[in-house]
Design a binder for this molecule. Structure first.
Ligand code: TMP
Length: 211
């Protein structure tokens, strides 16, 4: 059986991390080899880039195109060092964010040029696309309130204005409409258990080998 590449996407506080953990336990309990990873920060180099990208410091501003290039650098390393080898080894990869995050955040959120973003995504991935992307859809306000309740300090991107986060949300909605076979929307406002049931149902439908 070949590997599978499953990505989780959504605005801040949409519940990706806990849903990925539950999904990992479910797959492993069915004897499926799983690798859980994330962007940015899925490699050692990527962890350094994640710190540079997400630390908020008034005296270390990050220009918008620099931000885009750092996410692309993180992705290029991640594809080469983690994603391709794990897929070749036949694993199910559960990945927290991938190319759609760049379209949503740097494209819709920052307003950077979409064709530049698409070119960089292509260079960084070498054309590797997810088999399935789960978009956990929650209201921006609900997600940010969850974050504020669970973290002592919001990171550089979480601290952006609400209008930025709304544009990101709009980006996900448009992406899901444009790629209905690759991106599946899940209502992230339901209980943790209900969201997980829905995700497992989608994975079973899309990936026929699952029990
Ligand atoms: P998270 O891993 O905690 O979800 O956060 C990573 C942050 O980085 C989140 O605010 C989204 C942002 N991000 C981008 O802006 N562009 C990208 O390409 C990726 C992968 C993440």
């Amino acid at each position: 059986m070949g590997g599978r590449f499953i990505v989780f996407e959504g605005v801040e506080g949409c519940g990706k991390t806990s849903q990925m953990q539950l999904c990992c336990q479910w797959l492993q309990s069915n004897g499926i080899p799983v690798a859980v990873t994330r962007e940015p920060g899925g490699t050692e180099l990527g962890l350094e880039l994640r710190r540079l990208l997400l630390e908020k410091s008034e005296d270390k501003p990050v220009a918008e195109v620099t931000e885009l290039l750092l996410y692309a650098a993180d992705r290029s390393q991640h594809v080469a060092q983690e994603l391709k080898p794990n897929l070749a080894a036949g694993k199910y990869i559960l990945c927290d964010r991938y190319t759609d995050s760049t379209i949503a955040y740097q494209g819709y959120g920052r307003g950077l040029n979409m064709s530049l973003i698409e070119q960089l995504n292509h260079i960084a991935t070498g054309g590797l696309e997810s088999d399935l992307t789960i978009w956990l859809d929650v209201d921006v306000e609900v997600g940010l309130a969850r974050k504020r309740g669970s973290e002592t300090k919001l990171d550089r991107i979480e601290q952006e204005a609400i209008a930025f986060h709304r544009r990101v949300q709009q980006g996900y909605a448009e992406l899901a409409a444009s790629y209905p076979f690759r991106i599946v929307r899940v209502d992230g406002s339901l209980s943790k258990e209900a969201v997980q049931q829905n995700i497992q149902g989608i994975l079973r439908d899309c990936l026929k080998e699952l029990p």
